[in-house]
Write a protein that binds this ligand. Structure first.
Ligand code: ZN
Length: 414
């Protein structure tokens, strides 16, 4: 015990005192997060070379040197700050690609699945569908509600659930086992804003904001519908469902202003997110640092990119939407496909398996709004003079086609 401790202290001195000096500041947690069990990462010892580790940090997870303060990369290992009073986590690198230990995961990549029978390209695959947001009577509270004059209110949480139901049927017909993280317009978490006041106060304090009654009300609401709700869904996915793939279903929007007098815009676009782009500030949270390393080390990125590319192809073709381009630095371009970006969201980083996060259609674009108002229907309807399928049908159908294309390219069983 004592000897191990001494070695770690020496290591720290060798690796630079910065890690210990800032440990206290780096012990903070994001709201409602638990302090992580760093021993979980022990199974990734010698599974990655230094070169691959640095490359993944720079190209996907912590671009622009975001991790240099909290993760010290040496020749043979990386030293990662954990929390105050605890030794850092030391990740030993594999000496070369041939000698690295295999990574064991609960999810299966396409190549690890048995060959599918004819007509069932998704056979053997477990998919979780996460219909983004809550919808229904919660839509206004979660700020996913707007209404133009006497039109039908546009509520993203109800639309994602409709798409999830349609998509589940299609994926099951193609041979997949499908689970939904929610099946109605109601929260999965049992937490409610009034019980999150103390957590809200701590969260405001952490961000250096004053806990006025207005700020407390809005922060406790946000902790309920976003943070607690997503934590609950992630537990369901990671601990019970354990799928091979999670699809996060969303609709996009541009700033609409007043929910009762929303602004309609001309821009309509499509993009996809893989988990990435942690900032230096986000990495000062212990749970975020742990989640980032867990994602990186479990090597979801390869499968995530391949599945996302396949779905991007079929969705771009079906929707004819141009790619969205991020102008803010909260996202990073990953790979060469113009539709795919890396971004660090609670709604993608907490799911341990590969995640495809889908952001099609601007709900307050003139075109998107007209199509949403037309509702769900069979066949085509003319919208703005153009024959269109239902926006929900087009969404579900093009996602299913992309998955069928990707997982169908396995050698078939005879
Ligand atoms: Zn959304």
């Amino acid at each position: 015990m004592h000897r191990v401790f001494t070695i770690k202290i020496l290591l720290l001195v060798g690796m630079g005192g910065l890690i210990t000096a800032n440990e206290a500041a780096w012990s903070r947690l994001t709201p409602l997060a638990q302090s992580p069990d760093w021993a979980v990462l022990e199974k990734y010892q010698e599974t990655i070379t230094r070169e691959d580790f640095v490359h993944l940090l720079e190209s996907v997870y912590a671009p622009g040197g975001a991790s240099t303060a909290t993760i010290q990369v040496g020749d043979q290992q990386a030293v990662i700050a954990t929390r105050k009073g605890k030794p850092p986590f030391v990740l030993r690198f594999a000496t070369d690609a041939n000698s690295r230990n295999p990574v064991s995961t609960t999810w299966k990549s396409r190549d690890a699945l048995p060959p599918p029978p004819a007509g069932k390209p998704l056979h053997g695959l477990k998919i979780a569908l996460d219909p983004g947001h809550i919808g229904g009577s919660w839509a206004r509270l979660e700020e996913r509600w707007f209404r133009l004059g006497k039109s039908k209110p546009v509520t993203e949480g109800d639309m994602t659930l409709l798409v999830a139901r349609k998509l589940a049927k299609k994926l099951e017909a193609l041979g997949a086992k499908v689970f939904l993280t929610r099946t109605k317009a109601a929260p999965v978490t049992s937490a409610r804003p009034e019980r999150l006041k103390e957590a809200a106060r701590a969260s405001l304090q952490d961000r250096g904001q004053r806990a006025t009654s207005h700020a407390l009300a809005s922060e406790s609401a946000r902790l309920f519908y976003r943070v607690s709700e997503i934590h609950r869904r992630a537990r369901l996915v990671n601990e019970s469902l354990r799928p091979d793939l999670t699809l996060c279903l969303h609709f996009n929007a541009e700033e609409w202003g007043n929910e009762s007098h929303p602004k309609l815009v001309d821009e309509n676009h499509l993009h996809f997110l893989v988990t990435g782009a942690w900032s230096a500030d986000e990495l000062t949270y212990e749970d975020q640092r742990f989640d980032m390393l867990h994602k990186l080390l479990s090597r979801t990125i390869g499968e995530e990119m391949r599945v996302t590319e396949a779905v991007a192809r079929t969705m771009a073709k079906a929707t004819e939407l141009p790619p969205y381009t991020y102008k803010q630095n909260n996202a990073v371009k990953v790979g060469s496909n113009p539709y795919i970006w890396g971004r660090n969201l609670l709604a993608n980083r907490l799911f341990l398996c590969p995640v495809v996060y889908i952001e099609p259609y601007v709900m307050n674009s003139r075109e998107g709004f007209a199509r949403i108002q037309a509702g769900d229907y069979k066949g085509t309807k003319k919208i703005g003079g153009v024959p269109r399928r239902s926006i929900f049908e087009e969404y579900a159908d093009s996602v299913a086609s992309g998955l069928a294309d990707y997982y169908g390219r396995r050698s078939r069983s005879e």
